[in-house]
Design a protein around this ligand. Structure first.
Ligand code: SF4
Length: 124
């Protein structure tokens, strides 16, 4: 069995601790995202939720439930800085009630306050 030097042992230990810390950070972000719930109320009277298969919605990766975002295509949505990136905080969003609003970009219906698409920008 080969001998491991103290330096090699310390280097590997530090690497392991760094990997565990990063993994823990990713897990906590996922938990925060999971804590948000999909709206359960119906869309405001006379309005319908935009279809996620609408061409504009699809092109922008829109989902009424931001947890459904395809993180392979939109890894930035997983970053800690994106934890509050929901339609309700987007500059393009006009609130209709607590759960629904209108979007200036995806306008074929109403969008969920907890939705997200790649055109998200911070409301000022
Ligand atoms: S532009 Fe903003 S409000 Fe519209 S769907 Fe995308 S994130 Fe939601």
């Amino acid at each position: 069995m080969p001998k491991t030097s103290r330096k090699t042992f310390l280097t590997k230990s530090l690497y392991l601790v760094a990997c565990l810390s990063l993994g823990e950070g990713a897990l906590s972000l996922t938990e925060e995202l999971m804590a948000e719930t999909k709206p359960s109320g119906p869309a405001p009277e006379g309005l319908k939720p935009v279809s996620e298969s609408d061409p504009t919605a699809k092109a922008l990766g829109f989902h009424h439930d931001a947890k459904q975002t395809d993180f392979t295509f939109y890894p930035e949505r997983k970053e800690p800085t994106a934890k509050n990136h929901f339609c309700k905080h987007c500059a393009q969003y006009t609130k209709l009630n607590e759960e629904w609003g209108k979007c200036n970009i995806i306008s074929a219906g109403v969008v969920s306050s907890l939705g997200w698409c790649s055109a998200w920008s911070q409301k000022t």
